[in-house]
Design a protein around this ligand. Structure first.
Ligand SMILES: Nc1ncnc2c1ncn2[C@@H]1O[C@H](COP(=O)(O)OP(=O)(O)O)[C@@H](O)[C@H]1O
Ligand SMILES: [Mg+2]
Length: 243
């Protein structure tokens, strides 16, 4: 339960919990602290079929945040929790947001984001879907906020390499958004930082990218969205001798 919350904060929380459940929403606590409340999503039948059980994903995520947090890995800390909700502190802006709406030099943020993933991987874990829209930077630290695809236990080198491929793909896909002047520099900073920090995992990802090279021409034919267009450069950069 929310034992560390003041009476006013508990009232605010219970009001929020009695509204229609939203997967995630910001709240301002009585002392002015911004936090985020996460709940089990209320899915329509169609979305339930598409996304699987929201309750299972919620428990997987909360469990993942606890496990990774106890290991000192860079994930959102849980401030308070109940049966079907938990609260995390505001951890700043996502790397996607910083890439798309830069207000300052974001080099430190993209270095820290890549190091956060490398740290998780070097500790033997995988994230599940480490996209840059799920990494926050508060000016000081980069941390993962969204662990819906988390699997507990140690991950194989292949599983961590696939995690890296997903990260690289998210950097390319988001950097393809038109009109973001520093996006490719941000992307390249993250790639070079990860590669230096975890060269063995990069090398395995390069091998997998080589097996998957038939995907590149297929993806070019399959669609013109950013996600599809990001596949060929993702495979190419991983296979390149120097990043
Ligand atoms: N702890 C947090 N700090 C800052 N922003 C957050 C935090 N938690 C959630 N957000 C914001 O809410 C959005 C959605 O949260 P997320 O955990 O990624 O859930 P979803 O499963 O809906 O993607 C994020 O992109 C981010 O903008
Ligand atoms: Mg998310």
């Amino acid at each position: 339960m929310a034992t560390s919350l003041t009476q006013d904060d508990q009232t605010l929380l219970f009001q929020a919990l009695s509204d229609k459940a939203q997967r995630v929403r910001p709240l301002i606590l009585s002392a002015g602290q911004k936090v985020w409340l996460k709940q089990v999503e209320n899915l329509s039948l169609r979305l339930k079929l598409q996304k699987g059980s929201a309750a299972a994903a919620f428990l997987r995520e909360r469990n993942g945040l606890h496990i990774m947090g106890r290991l000192g890995l860079p994930v959102a800390p849980i401030l308070a929790e109940g049966e079907d909700w938990f609260m995390t502190p505001d951890l700043g802006l996502t790397l996607r947001r910083l890439m798309w709406h830069p207000t300052a030099d974001n080099t430190a943020a993209f270095k820290a984001g890549a190091l956060a993933l490398a740290k998780l991987h070097l500790a033997g874990h995988r994230h599940g879907r480490p996209a840059i829209r799920d990494i926050c930077w508060d000016g000081n630290a980069a941390r993962f906020i969204d662990l819906e695809r988390f699997k507990p236990g140690k991950a194989s080198l292949n599983a961590r390499a696939v995690d890296l491929i997903i990260f690289v793909h998210s950097l390319y896909a988001d950097a393809l958004k038109p009109g973001c002047a520093s996006a490719s520099a941000n992307r390249d900073t993250a790639l070079a930082t990860y590669r230096r920090a975890a060269p063995e995992i990069w090398a395995r990802a390069a091998q997998i990218a080589s097996w998957l090279r038939w995907l590149a021409p297929l993806a070019r034919l399959a669609g013109s969205g950013r996600e599809m267009r990001a596949i060929a450069p993702t495979l190419a950069v991983l296979r390149a001798r120097q990043g």
